[in-house]
Design a protein around this ligand. Sequence first.
Ligand SMILES: [Zn+2]
Length: 66
Amino acid sequence: MYKRATEVESCGICNQESEKGFYLLSMWICLSCERKMVELEVEDPTYAWYIERLRGSKINSRMLSH
Ligand SMILES: [Zn+2]
């Protein structure tokens, strides 16, 4: 089985539908969010917000919990 290339995923962080992006753990991240995450410092409060979003996914929270 393969995913159709035309399928549009909606971003787990901003909820915008985007064809371009990647899976971070089990969450689809659009390119603009990916770029923001890369630029953020770990000390930045926005970074913590992104991590919180990632923890919102059950699978992700399990993977991030240790
Ligand atoms: Zn996004």
